[in-house]
Design a protein around this ligand. Structure first.
Ligand SMILES: [Zn+2]
Length: 125
């Protein structure tokens, strides 16, 4: 019998949005750009094909700014920022999942890297 692969789910506070991923990434990114610092997000990047996003129809709100490259998605009901996607088609599409929505125990020991998205676009650590 085939065993189901274990997955992790990042869920918003009210539980309407559930994002399933096959593993927790080895590092998370904390970015100091004007939007990430306000969201307080910790980004975990996945190939879009590895991520399953469960959301009720119309349950997500999206926000884009500046050059409108990314669409930041949040639960319409509870307001938690769940992920972002790139708005234009790319060859290898990725989804950035906001890892603060995983259970804290899933993030134990995961390294947080600090990205200077506000200025140099380099890691500060
Ligand atoms: Zn919610």
């Amino acid at each position: 019998m085939a065993r189901r692969k274990a997955t992790y789910a990042a869920t918003c506070h009210c539980g309407a949005i559930r994002i399933h991923v096959p593993r927790i990434s080895r590092t998370l990114t904390s970015c100091n750009c004007s939007i990430c610092r306000r969201y307080g997000a910790l980004w975990a990047y996945y190939a879009a094909s590895a991520v399953k996003i469960e959301a009720p129809k119309g349950g997500l709100s999206k926000y884009s700014w500046n050059r409108r490259i990314r669409a930041y998605c949040r639960c319409k009901k509870c307001g938690c920022v769940t992920h972002y996607v790139y708005r234009k088609k790319r060859r290898n599409p990725i989804v950035a999942v906001n890892a603060v929505n995983f259970e804290p125990s899933a993030l134990e020991g995961v390294r947080i890297r600090h990205l200077d998205g506000a200025a140099s676009w380099k890691f500060l650590d």
